[in-house]
Design a protein. Structure first.
Length: 74
């Protein structure tokens, strides 16, 4: 009798970013690094935009450093 082997399902980094944004949360590059180990967030944002997802961005400044925050456009 052959045993069914269950293979764990892993989300791709792109799927993680999309799920994060669709949950109504915003995301920054630093957040992506800390929460998901994603170092190329702008690449995934670009891919999601090209696939039709409406994403808006906003430049922020903290401690003299500028960075972007992305959210889903309503």
């Amino acid at each position: 009798m052959q045993e069914d082997i269950k293979i764990p399902q892993f989300e791709t980094q792109l799927e993680q970013v999309e799920k994060h944004l669709r949950s109504g949360k915003e995301i920054t590059t630093w957040q992506a690094i800390q929460e998901y180990g994603i170092t190329r967030l702008p690449r995934y944002i670009h891919t999601l935009k090209k696939s039709g997802l409406k994403i808006k961005d906003k430049w922020l400044e903290r401690d003299g450093k500028r960075f972007k925050k992305w959210t889903i456009s309503e």
